[in-house]
Ligand binder design. Structure first.
Ligand code: SAH
Ligand code: AVI
Length: 340
């Protein structure tokens, strides 16, 4: 028989905690990590998908990146949202806002406020692969917006966009937001697949709001992804800690350097970990011994930079109609609205 305080706690949690759908259970997450780590560590050059940066520590390190002087992206996107959220709310009249890769959803409050002010907002669906981040975000938003139906989803937006729970999407116009230029962390093939899956999730009249970083000078991009205080290096090396903990691996982050540089031809920042010396790493959960030679680089992320023309080609090619395109005053970052 639960105690009275136990009852009280259960009742309070029942009332205060937002709905949570888990499309990627812990067991599935580990199976996916095993499969993707095995494929990446056995490929040449070695590579790991960027979604594995984001455990609680990785998400906190990303938040620290957003406050770095060199990392202009978050500030620029917030500037655009501050200037355009009312217009976006009026244009979309969205009842449901789904946010993919929501993280802390800090900037999203600007959109939520505008939609609430327009009187159309009923539901917020933050979606993320990082359980602690989505849990904290959903609980915080629930507290800040009483009466808003907050329905959080744990999943991989590269796998689960097509299977978003219907109750989370029911009723009224939907807007799916994908902010922060996380789209740039997908390669061209992954982006095309993602846009097509997204379009089939949406109904005619729904909207997609995309934050995408724009092509600019190599000097600024190199600095943004290799900051003087070394926070991005810690973020990059966090993937090694995730593999150590979840795959019983023996990576020593002191044996790797963070390497990041903009490639103007491919219009992307290539982010890697470079082995300082020849050594072998055990990945016991995969029954693998992985050799690194001195100077060998393992890719951990790409961060693609876009042009307006390139975005228009991709999105219209996937069947979206342009419904708005804005940049910050300096022209560093873009926010664009697309109609299904
Ligand atoms: N949207 C926020 C956070 C960007 S950081 C902003 O603009 O500041 C990228 C976010 O996407 C992280 O919260 C990370 O956990 C999430 N993420 C990365 N890959 C993902 C995937 N494949 N599926 C779902 N979420 C993912
Ligand atoms: C989440 N994503 C958009 C960030 C980016 O800018 O590509 C991740 C990041 N990697 C290094 N710094 C920030």
């Amino acid at each position: 028989m639960p105690s009275e305080t136990g009852h009280l706690r259960w009742n309070l949690e029942h009332v205060l905690l937002p709905k949570l759908d888990v499309l990627l259970e812990e067991g599935d997450r580990i199976s996916l990590l095993r499969a993707e780590a095995r494929r990446g560590l056995l490929s040449r050059p070695k590579a790991l998908p960027p979604k594995w940066f984001y455990d609680a520590r990785g998400s906190a390190l990303f938040e620290a990146i957003t406050r770095l002087p060199e990392y202009y992206l978050t500030r620029r996107e917030r500037e655009i949202l501050n200037a355009r959220a009312v217009e976006i709310a009026q244009r979309t009249r969205a009842a449901t806002l789904v946010e993919l890769g929501a993280g802390s959803a800090e900037k999203t409050r600007v959109l939520l406020n505008a939609l609430a002010h327009a009187g159309t907002l009923r539901r917020f669906v933050p979606f993320d692969v990082c359980v602690p981040a989505i849990h904290d975000t959903a609980a915080a938003i629930r507290g800040e917006y009483p009466g808003l139906d907050v329905h959080a989803v744990v999943g991989d937006f590269q796998r689960h966009v097509g299977v978003l729970p219907r109750p989370a999407l029911a009723g009224g116009t939907r807007m799916v937001a994908f902010l922060g230029s996380t789209i740039g962390n997908l390669d061209a093939t992954e982006r095309t697949r993602f846009f097509i899956a997204l379009r089939s999730l949406l109904s005619p009249g729904d909207f997609f709001l995309l934050g995408a970083d724009l092509v600019k000078s190599k000097a600024r991009l190199d600095a943004a992804y290799d900051d003087a205080s070394g926070v991005t290096a810690q973020f990059n090396k966090n993937v090694l800690r995730v593999l150590n903990r979840d795959l019983d691996a023996s990576f020593d982050e002191n044996k790797f350097d963070h390497v990041a540089g903009y490639d103007p031809e491919r219009e992307l920042v290539d982010i890697r970990l470079r082995a300082r010396a020849t050594h072998v790493v055990a990945v016991r959960a995969l029954d693998l011994m992985v050799s690194f030679t001195a100077g060998e680089e393992m890719r951990t992320e790409i961060s693609t930079k876009f042009t307006r023309a390139g975005l228009e080609k991709s999105l219209t090619g996937a069947g979206f109609d342009p419904a708005g395109f804005w940049t910050d005053v300096a022209g560093d970052f873009s926010l664009s609205l697309w109609k299904r």
